[in-house]
Design a protein around this ligand. Structure first.
Ligand SMILES: NC(=O)c1ccc[n+]([C@@H]2O[C@H](COP(=O)([O-])OP(=O)(O)OC[C@H]3O[C@@H](n4cnc5c(N)ncnc54)[C@H](OP(=O)(O)O)[C@@H]3O)[C@@H](O)[C@H]2O)c1
Length: 241
């Protein structure tokens, strides 16, 4: 199968790429950071993965759809790329930064999915979400609300596609010691809201509530293989692993 994963060069996305590549799938990885993309491409190829990397900014509404169309079809889209967004009281954070988070996390995800569905005969769309989209996450509202919207988008698309062999699933990878949560744990700052997030992240890690990255990536690889297609529209969490 040909699998496109947005944000596939770095952090959790990189772990997803490794796990999907290890299953023998053909990989297409995207992101904004060309150096990270080339490095990941080289390292994955050295492990025998059939991979190509492309710069595609999810903030540019046409970029990922254009890539999907130029590939002439994919079997699986993993919408992993996202922004953590601004932190602070919603009425005080930079509103442009707040809105930019929706452009990447919601519009970027939706338009990539639309392009994939238009070119796909069968397969699946996997939207990487977060517990923050299920439960409230005050002071991080752009992230929380954009992920909630993606969960709802998944549910609606699954119904619209119920007569076609295309599944749409949300995947909560759990809190992992990579990317957003890892940076959260390492954060040293005087900002009271960021400091609260950092303390909370460390308490989750130290309390053993993190999911091992390999475990999270292994479950994603099972979703990619089609094992959860019968749950189309639903949210797959670590409990399902
Ligand atoms: N880490 C966790 O514990 C955790 C928990 C729950 C959910 N998640 C979800 O897992 C996914 C990955 O998170 P992460 O922790 O690995 O985050 P991260 O370290 O911030 O990485 C984000 C990824 O998205 C890409 N990206 C960001 N903006 C982009 C844009 N405008 N266009 C294209 N790509 C873009 C980045 O690549 P470039 O910089 O190259 O653009 C990078 O590969 C996200 O959807 C996140 O919500 C993570």
């Amino acid at each position: 199968m040909r699998v496109l994963i947005t944000g596939g060069a770095k952090e959790l996305g990189r772990a997803f790429s490794e796990a999907i590549g290890a299953q023998g799938h053909q990989l297409v990885i995207t992101g904004r950071d060309e150096i990270a993309l080339r490095t990941a491409e080289t390292e994955l190829r050295a492990k025998g993965v059939d991979v190509e990397a492309h710069v595609a900014d999810l903030g540019d509404p046409g970029a990922t759809p254009k890539l999907v169309e130029s590939l002439g079809g994919i079997d699986v889209l993993v919408n992993n790329g996202a922004l953590g967004g601004p932190v602070g009281p919603t009425w005080q954070v930079d509103e442009n930064e707040w809105w930019r988070t929706f452009e990447v996390n919601l519009r970027g995800t939706a338009f990539a999915a639309n392009a994939a569905i238009r070119t796909m005969t069968s397969g699946r769309i996997i939207n990487v979400v977060s517990n923050a989209g299920v439960h409230r996450w005050p002071y991080v509202t752009a992230y929380s609300v954009s992920k909630a919207a993606v969960i709802k988008l998944t549910e609606n698309l699954a119904i619209e596609l119920r007569r076609r062999p295309i599944a749409v699933l949300s995947y909560d990878p759990g809190m992992v010691d990579a990317g957003l949560m890892s940076r959260g744990c390492d954060l040293e700052t005087d900002d009271p809201h960021l400091r609260r997030i950092a303390q909370w992240a460390r308490s989750q890690r130290d309390g053993g509530r993190f999911t091992p990255v390999e475990q999270s990536a292994a479950l994603l690889a099972r979703i990619v293989s089609g094992e959860f297609d019968h749950r189309s529209g639903g949210l797959i969490t670590q409990e399902d692993g």
